[in-house]
Write a protein that binds this ligand. Structure first.
Ligand SMILES: [Zn+2]
Length: 99
């Protein structure tokens, strides 16, 4: 039995491990993207609360969050599908009401 160096699951042979690794690495990558994007989402929410801005272009967002525009695009795509989007809109609505 050979253990996967990432998740520790055991495999009968190298071939089975290799097949699994492709999937396992991808999953780890996805999870770390998710953690990173969650942190960015919080930064963005704080920024929106302060500025009360509802529209950003990708390059502005990239600059504000200190990320590349490619990452910013991926982040926006992720954000729109996440629960943070609703939170962001809620925070924005509250911030706009206060002014
Ligand atoms: Zn694994």
């Amino acid at each position: 039995m050979i253990p996967c160096p990432i998740c520790g699951k055991h495999f009968k042979n190298k071939q089975a491990l290799r097949a699994h690794l492709r999937f396992c690495k991808g999953r780890i990558q996805k999870q770390s993207d998710e953690i990173y994007f969650k942190a960015l989402a919080l930064d963005l929410i704080m920024y929106v609360r302060k500025t009360k801005k509802s529209k950003f272009d990708t390059s502005e967002l990239a600059k504000k969050l200190g990320i590349s525009s490619k990452t910013a695009e991926e982040f926006i795509e992720w954000l729109k599908k996440s629960k943070y989007y609703e939170l962001l809109r809620f925070v924005l609505k509250c911030a706009q009401k206060q002014s």
